[in-house]
Design a binder for this molecule. Structure first.
Ligand SMILES: C[S@@+](CC[C@H](N)C(=O)[O-])C[C@H]1O[C@@H](n2cnc3c(N)ncnc32)[C@H](O)[C@@H]1O
Length: 442
């Protein structure tokens, strides 16, 4: 292997015609010599000047920003956020696109991943090709949905709060994040200084008035007295153990979904969009159609969102088993579902707990894995349980498509797929796929 220093192409500019959207919040373009560019801040069909932000002579592809638009797409709008644009905040990918176009791009990415990794057309996946906005997010032109109930602020060397630039540790200082939920903005994290602090996560529950900040001090840094514009509970990340500890106030926030209250402690997972938990529960229950007496699994169950919904529906003769690897989330799930004695929560990794507990059958299954997906081993194990329906909740269409392919190898086919825009302005999208055993019309 040659150890010659490679010539950086950062700063080089190319005039290009912009091609389709690719997974990750950018578009594909080619230079005259055929080199592939992943261009941010561009839209399909535009002619732009793309300035390279990452890459060398020998790189397989280059990353670039559209720094000048020569021919604009009809989908382009002026980015409503002043901190969006080349070299600025990396949080949003599609501020410069109309909301309908953003959803269309996300749909194109899902279609491409399904075709490439699972060999499925939208029709074969039981998908109408649409990406649905969350309830209340269809706003008049120029208005932006303020949906983000959890914001991870990075703190710069002077102690100012901001957000990280794209693929960088640099901080874009901001005075307001346009997509932050009002409960987060009202705290005024951006208005004060945070010496000795590396990051501040601000959480505003959408199901209660609970507000929380989780502080990560710099190495050796001391915690400040936290005075914000609204009362908050304060937690900190321990320097030695990396775990979240209570400083004052409640160590959890209370969220609501499907008519139940869920305690979410110490930085545990909860969907970030206020409509997301209810939207996903509804889609999963419509797809699984639980029956009284069913044996149900909720894999990667977090604080018990789907286990709670299933526990309500399978009746006293049914049973629900949730599996979750986060210790604190398991405690919360057990607390949240203590009134449902048919629900049991096991602590551990799905791939370890399933074989260990000897689960060998289930009527219905929901799985909601992290971005990496479930993987071949878990998919194959799941298929052996003989469930009549499986609901797969996915935040990464590439991992979903790969896992759908694994399911198809072991006798399960996707019969319905729905996609939801639960992350407006960003490239993220949530999918719910419903699978049935091949050849089973029920
Ligand atoms: C996308 S979240 C879903 C949580 C829950 N279904 C919800 O909607 O609130 C994924 C969860 O899986 C957990 N997790 C990650 N890897 C795991 C594994 N290998 N086995 C079990 N749980 C895992 C995480 O701690 C997280 O709570």
């Amino acid at each position: 292997m040659s150890m010659e220093p490679q010539e950086s192409l950062v700063g080089e500019e190319y005039e290009v015609e912009v091609g389709p959207v690719a997974h990750g919040g950018h578009c594909v373009a080619r230079t005259e010599s055929g080199r592939v560019l992943f261009v941010r801040h561009a839209l399909p069909g535009e002619r732009v000047i793309a300035r390279v932000t990452e890459g060398e002579e020998t790189s397989r592809f280059l990353r670039a920003d559209a720094v000048e638009v020569l021919e604009a797409s009809k989908d382009r709008v002026e980015a409503p956020c002043p901190f969006s644009g080349p070299g600025k905040c990396g949080g949003c990918d599609w501020q410069h696109a109309k909301p309908g176009a953003q959803r269309r791009f996300k749909g194109e990415v899902i279609a491409e991943q399904l075709q490439r990794l699972a060999g499925l057309t939208p029709e074969e996946a039981g998908w109408d090709g649409t990406v649905m906005p969350a309830e209340g997010d269809k706003l008049p032109a120029g208005q932006v949905p303020a949906w983000r109930t959890r914001v991870q602020y990075a703190i710069d060397a002077e102690g100012h709060a901001g957000l990280r630039k794209h693929r960088s540790h640099e901080v874009q200082v901001i005075d307001r994040c346009l997509i932050a939920a009002p409960g987060v903005s009202e705290l005024g994290v951006e208005k004060r200084e945070w010496p000795q602090i590396a990051s501040v996560e601000a959480i505003a529950s959408s199901g209660s008035a609970d507000r929380q900040v989780i502080l990560t001090p710099k190495p050796g840094g001391r915690l400040p007295i936290v005075e914000l514009d609204k009362p908050v509970s304060v937690l900190r990340v321990g320097e030695k153990d990396g775990r979240v500890h209570r400083v004052h106030g409640r160590p959890f926030v209370r969220e609501r979904a499907d008519g139940r209250t869920y305690r979410v402690g110490e930085g545990g997972f909860w969907q970030v969009h206020p409509q997301a938990a209810d939207t996903l529960v509804q889609a999963v229950m419509q797809g699984l159609m639980p029956r009284k007496g069913d044996m149900a699994l909720d894999l990667y169950c977090g604080v018990g969102l789907f286990a709670g919904a299933l526990g309500e529906r399978v009746g006293e003769k049914g049973a629900v088993l949730g599996i979750e690897s986060g210790k604190r989330a398991v405690e919360d799930a057990r607390h949240n579902l203590q009134d449902l004695d048919r629900v049991r929560i096991e602590h551990g990794k799905v791939e370890d707990v399933m074989p260990r507990t000897g689960i060998n059958n289930a009527d219905i299954v929901v799985l909601d894995p992290p971005r990496a997906g479930a993987g071949k081993k878990t998919v194959h194990h799941l298929a052996s349980l003989g469930a009549r329906r499986i609901a797969y909740v996915a935040c990464d269409p590439a991992a979903l498509a790969r896992d759908l392919k694994y399911f198809s190898e072991v006798g399960y086919r996707v019969v319905k797929l729905r996609a939801f825009d639960l992350f407006p302005m960003t490239h993220h999208v949530e999918c719910v796929a419903i699978l049935k055993p091949t050849g089973n019309p029920a």
